[in-house]
Design a protein around this ligand. Sequence first.
Ligand SMILES: Cc1ncc(COP(=O)(O)O)c(C=O)c1O
Length: 343
Amino acid sequence: MSYEYERVATPANGLRLHLNENTAGCSPAVIEAIRALTREQIAEYPDYDAVNEATAARLSIAVDSLLLTNGLDEGILVAAMVALRATGGDAEGIVIVPAFDMYAACTDALGGRVIQVPLGNDFAFPIEGVIDAITPRTRIVWLTNPNNPTGQSIPREAIVRVATAASRAMVFVDEAYADFGGRTLIGDALLRQQPNIIVGRTFAKAYGLAGIRAGAVIGNSATIASLRRVIPPYGLNVCAASALPPAFRDRAYYDWYVDQVAQSRETLYAGFERLGVRYWKSDANFVLAKFEGRGRAIASALAARGVHVRDRSNDPGCENCLRITAGVVQHTRQFLTALEAVL
Ligand SMILES: Cc1ncc(COP(=O)(O)O)c(C=O)c1O
């Protein structure tokens, strides 16, 4: 079996609620910074000191615990490279499914065997299943907190158990959605106690920078140094390097957007309850809902009305489940109006 990232069609217009993007657009301060770039800056290899310092300050960490990446996707790839290279062909990577495609794709591409552990009832984190799957061949365990596509968080004690049981493996805790309510490990003593844990973050979601491509991995300085050795030296382009400091300074935008997402989740829950649709509470910027027997048909009918959601029916345990981005409240209301008409 081979694994790859499932690319979805990019709609030419309409309401994009299918890729967990920021539906507001980035802070205007980012656009100003990009407009201010000079011809010389575009012609030169970027210097990263200012952006490294601004990001470390925003996350309250030391600069040597941080590696900026070309989107978190690059962080995932580089973690897989470090964990799986030179392992003699018997390396394993544990993926708890359903999961973000990149973990299995990168594990597989680097010659690792993908060991899948299904989530439990109601998508509960399958701690015993993960512990049972750990073997001396385990080189990397992929955790997503909160999870995509379910939106559920992993209890801290479960992460501690996994990191302890897999102490010779890398434990990658993908916190792509932690801005929206998940509990972060950044600043947690666990990162010092367990140098095998690496945290991944993205600036695509809460800061609205998906198109610019900017992410980060955070961890023990020695572990981060091992990643720095293999990552391309200029992966972060000059637009991303210039965008992050003003994005961090615009706290009002960030707080406003995170609040919009929280309100949108509540609006979705209320709408689903009113319409008798099953859903799962989420700590992320999306909500998973189940449309018994007609998930695909509803996704198509919504698309015909210009509202794009993600059909997750092909993911294990997600038949007839649609994932809907929770962004600006007005967009969420538009979605609910369309859904009501379709139902
Ligand atoms: C769980 C998870 N990790 C990583 C990413 C990739 O983030 P980036 O856009 O920064 O590459 C995504 C994107 O949707 C995601 O859902």
